[in-house]
Structure formats: C-alpha cells, structure tokens
Design a binder for this molecule. Structure first.
Ligand SMILES: [Ca+2]
Ligand SMILES: [Ca+2]
Length: 203
C-alpha cells in the first residue's frame, strides 16, 4: 500500500513539475508577445504622428505666396523654421494676404509649433508635436552628410526651398521602457500654389 502511494506521489510531483515548467514557458511567451505588441503600437503611434504633422505643415504652407517665404526662395541650406503668408481672398480687386505665420522647431523642448504673428507681442503658438529627434534619422553632428540626403547635420525638422518647392523632412522618436528607440521619418515636397496675384510685403 505504502509502495503504491509512494509511486503516486512521485508521479504527482513529476506531473506538477512538468506543469510548472510548461506554465512558466506559457507566461514567458505571453509576456514577450505583449512586449512586442507594445513596441508595435508605439511604432505605429510615432509613425502616424509623424505623417500627421508633416501633412499639417504641408497644408499650412501650400496656400502661401513663394515671395512671402522666409528664408527666401533661393536659400540652399536646410532651416528649422519657415515663415509665410497665405492668401485670404480678393477684396476690391486686390488680393488680401494674412499676417505672417510660422512653422518652426523649438530645439530645446523638441517641439514643432505653428504660430501666427511670430515675434509679435500677440504671438500665439500651437504645439504640433513634442517628439522631434535632435537630428534627422541617420544624421549625427560631425560636419558630414551621414544619411546621404545632401544635407549636413540637419535637425529633426528641416526645410529646403527651391523656388516654389519646399522639401520638408521630419524625424520623431520615443524611447520605450525597454530602452529601444522608436524612430519614424517622413519626407515630402509641397509647392506654393499661390503664384497668381501680387504679393506685397506688409508695410
Ligand atoms: Ca544629411
Ligand atoms: Ca552629420
């Protein structure tokens, strides 16, 4: 009788041990799947925010007159801000232009903001993202073009202007709890549509 129950106990403890091993494996697999999913969700979040912000910048600039751009249309270097004026329509046969607006990178806080009346007392700023990378993806500050896009040491938001065409590049990033850095980079070119109608600098 004792022998019989001894075997049963052995069987039982073997079964329990096996169950424990399998359980640990299942929990481990579930944890790593959850972590992977978190990383994927975060990547999707950073990517969609990058696309969304670049689209907003494009829509903002699109209605401007190329002559209103600061820096001006012949600037070959990348800049982190752009100033422009958009058409508000025609009054008494004259095209009416908005006050200057600006889209810029605030490097210290890694934000891209839109502002109307930049540099004026009544300037109003709206932050469009707070995830801007210090430098565009693949770029490090070393006086060289590391990511091969023709620009040297360009920041996380950069504009280059060629006549009516404005090329915009943006890298957003976020560090996960695991230490992994999620980066997403989007690039697009918009054309200033408002080349008709005389633009005049406000006096
Ligand atoms: Ca570069
Ligand atoms: Ca560089």
């Amino acid at each position: 009788m004792n022998r019989r129950s001894g075997l049963t106990l052995l069987e039982l403890s073997l079964a329990m041990g096996l169950l424990a091993v399998v359980s640990i494996q299942i929990v481990g697999a579930m944890n790593s799947a959850a972590k992977k999913t978190d990383a994927e969700i975060e990547r999707t979040h950073v990517e969609s925010q990058a696309r969304f912000v670049l689209r907003k910048i494009g829509f903002a600039i699109m209605g401007s007159h190329p002559d209103s751009l600061v820096p001006d249309t012949n600037s070959p270097l990348a800049t982190t801000s752009i100033r422009y004026q958009v058409s508000l329509g025609v009054t008494d046969g004259e095209m009416v232009w908005s006050e200057p607006e600006k889209v810029a990178l605030e490097e210290a806080v890694r934000q891209v903001y839109w502002s109307d009346n930049p540099d004026a007392d009544e300037e109003r700023r709206i932050v469009w993202t707070s995830l801007v990378a210090p430098y565009l993806e693949g770029e490090i500050p070393n006086g060289m073009d590391d990511n091969g896009n023709g620009l040297i040491d360009e920041k996380g938001l950069s504009f280059t202007i060629d006549r009516n065409a404005i090329r915009m590049s943006l890298t957003l990033e976020r560090r996960l709890d695991s230490g992994e850095l999620q980066q997403s980079t989007v690039t697009n070119t918009v054309t200033c549509r408002n080349t008709i109608g005389g633009w005049r600098e406000a006096e």
